[in-house]
Design a protein around this ligand. Structure first.
Ligand code: ADP
Length: 630
């Protein structure tokens, strides 16, 4: 069971009241929690004091402190109370007296010593070492994240553990030349605080061997504003080395991270650093200190000490740089080839390409496309098959209609023969008369001319009968064209007039006053009309029917052309109204029952309708409706 409390400078250390309150709340809340607080009251609560070198948000140390704290909280088997204080004086060029801060800490921890003190960075380490006798005489101390050169070895005691790091500037500059062998100049950014001045000298000393190969430019005498100006205007084959920037030469204090980001925004050369907290956004990368390694050593030492181990028994060698790491985005920006990176390098922040980033979306879209394409081709195939089937069925329909037409025309045979006989008989009589007149000594030529004109008229009448008959019996495939419906109906009327006479039926046709243009096959539509008129004549030919009349009319209603065929027959039995269009439905002894079925199929193929009703006056009424095209 673990727990933690973290407090800051403004809060007193571990007030007893808080513990009592904790116990009270815990007892009210859960037995588990109550157990933890009880243990802490028995002395198991571990009190940890963390001392920061600069501000609490000052990189790179803020990252070390954050990692150490979270690891400690994760690994500690005891509940922890972590107090944090920041030694702001380390930032200033001319540090003020530290006495008030020491007194403040003294009053906080007097009589309530922490179980362990952790200092982060060199200034904090030096501070604790200097004042430990007064502040924490018996408390074990871990000096963490401190460069080995800055350790005050003279003041180290058996109660101390050092988790040191080693800055290797030769390795850092070797990395620059490894990546960019043409580099001729490196500008070094290091601030002007006492600590930074120390490092400036160290860097200068260590980099002496590079003197011949590289021009080293030191920005430590410049204000940060001036540094930004210079960094934006570096000559070709330059690089920037980011050491540390807490106070610039103008005495202005900077948060290193923000300063680095402003430099990155304007610099016209790549920036290198050896601190992990500066990696990931601004620096190209290379060998660098690993925050995780330092914090893991620090936490392991802290736990061992809190568990009762003697600090003197814990010894670590200074940590060198970890394996090199590079920022892919910076490598791209400065055109650094991956082949230049040392073996074992790790590349971070690689931006995935569109395929890697949207792989699932792309796969999904592609599969949707494929499914769609499959569906479309399936539908196209289906459509083609349907078209073929339609053509096929029309062909069959045309054939069936043709057969049916023969049977309908069969009905007309007698009347047609009669209709033909009449003109032929007149022609014969007229021809004989003309012959006789020509035998006379002075034939009356005018009379003969008159006779010849009659012969011509009769001949035309006969050929008109034959033309009509041939046109309705024509065997043609179903063929749609623009037709005028009044004329189409008139043709049929012409064909059946003789039959109507023969059957003593009064056939009346009333065409619409305006033209009715529809799209259709004239032969097929004529067949429908012919069928309906013959059916109507059949109906009125019944012995019981007194009035033998058939009316045919055409009209326009809205966008539709209507053909109405009615009669004065007995009408259709109301029980049969729904079945008259069914194939093989007939009430006639010699009927085939196909006429109306074929009529409906033909009308529907013209996108029209056909309906049968009975008139109030008694006869049947058939109405055909076809869409008008203009
Ligand atoms: P068929 O004329 O060979 O019987 P149809 O399909 O043309 O075949 O007609 C089917 C049936 O519809 C006819 O047998 C008849 O009963 C009925 N019918 C058709 N037209 C009329 C009409 N004008 N008056 C009364 N009944 C009709």
């Amino acid at each position: 069971m673990r727990g933690r409390r973290t407090s800051t400078d403004s809060v007193g250390p571990w007030p007893a009241a808080l513990l009592c309150l904790g116990l009270f709340v815990a007892m009210c809340v859960s037995p588990e929690r109550a157990g933890a607080v009880e243990r802490s009251l028995r002395g198991e609560l571990k009190r940890v004091l963390v001392l920061h070198s600069f501000g609490r948000e000052f990189r790179p140390w803020s990252e070390y402190a954050r990692d150490i704290k979270s690891e400690l909280e994760r690994q500690s088997p005891w509940p922890l109370d972590i107090q944090e204080h920041a030694l702001l004086t380390a930032r200033f060029n001319n540090p003020g007296p530290e006495a008030p801060f020491v007194e403040y800490l003294h009053s906080l921890y007097q009589g309530a010593q922490p179980d362990i003190v952790l200092s982060i960075g060199a200034p904090a380490a030096r501070f604790v070492q200097r004042y430990r006798a007064r502040l924490f005489p018996d408390t074990p101390l871990i000096l963490s994240a401190v460069e080995y050169r800055l350790i005050n070895r003279a003041d180290l005691t058996d109660n101390d553990v050092v988790v040191a790091i080693r800055n290797d500037f030769v390795a850092a500059f070797g990395n620059i030349l490894q990546l960019l062998p043409d580099t001729r100049m490196v500008a070094v950014v290091i601030g002007a605080s006492p600590l930074e001045k120390f490092w400036l000298e160290e860097v200068k000393r260590e980099l002496k061997p590079f003197g011949e190969r590289l021009e080293l430019v030191w920005f430590s005498d410049l204000s940060f504003e001036e540094i930004l100006k210079r960094a934006s205007n570096l000559p070709p084959h330059s690089a920037l080395f980011w050491g540390l920037m807490s106070v610039d030469a103008a005495g202005v204090v900077h948060e290193s991270d923000i300063a680095l980001r402003s430099l990155h925004a304007v610099a016209n050369a790549p920036i290198f650093s050896y601190q992990e907290p500066f990696f990931g956004g601004s620096a190209v990368g290379g060998p660098m200190h690993s925050v995780a390694e330092t914090s893991s050593r620090t936490v392991s030492a802290a736990i061992r000490i809190l568990g009762g181990e003697k600090p003197a028994s814990i010894n670590y060698e200074p940590l060198s740089f970890g394996p090199p790491r590079y920022d892919w985005r910076e490598l791209q920006r400065w055109g650094i080839s991956e082949s230049r990176l040392p073996p074992g390098s790790e590349i971070r922040y690689r931006e995935s390409n569109a395929w890697e980033r949207y792989r699932w979306q792309m796969l999904l879209i592609t599969s949707v496309f494929l499914v769609q394409a499959g569906l479309i081709s399936g539908l196209l195939h289906e459509r083609r098959r349907r078209r073929l089937a339609e053509v096929e069925s029309r062909q069959r329909l045309a054939e069936l209609a043709h057969v049916n037409r023969y049977s309908a025309v069969g009905e007309l045979t007698t009347s047609i023969a009669h209709e033909l006989n009449q003109p032929l008989g007149s022609i014969l009589t007229n021809a004989e008369t003309a012959e006789l007149m020509l035998k006379a000594a002075s034939p009356d030529l005018d009379e003969i001319r008159q006779i010849l004109a009659d012969i011509r008229r009769d001949d035309q009448r006969a050929s008109e009968v034959i033309r009509r008959l041939r046109s309705v019996l024509k065997k043609t495939p179903f063929e749609v064209r623009d037709i005028e419906l009044n004329d189409t109906v008139r043709e049929v009327i012409g064909l059946v007039t003789a039959l109507a006479h023969g059957r003593r039926v009064a056939l009346t046709y009333m065409p619409a006053s305006a033209d009715l243009h529809v799209k259709g096959d004239p032969v097929q539509l004529q067949q429908v009309i012919l069928n309906l008129i013959i059916n109507a004549m059949d109906a009125v030919s019944d012995a019981d029917v007194k009035k033998r009349e058939v009316f045919v009319s055409t009209a326009r209603t809205g966008n539709q052309a209507e053909i109405r065929i009615s009669d004065t027959g007995p009408g259709i039995d109301s029980a049969d109204l729904g079945s008259v269009f069914d194939p093989f439905f007939t009430t006639k002894p010699q009927g085939m029952g196909m006429g109306l079925a074929i009529a409906r199929t033909i009308v529907e193929a013209h996108h029209g309708t056909i309906a049968a009703t009975n008139l109030l006056s008694g006869g049947a009424l058939f109405t055909i409706k076809l869409p008008i095209i203009r």
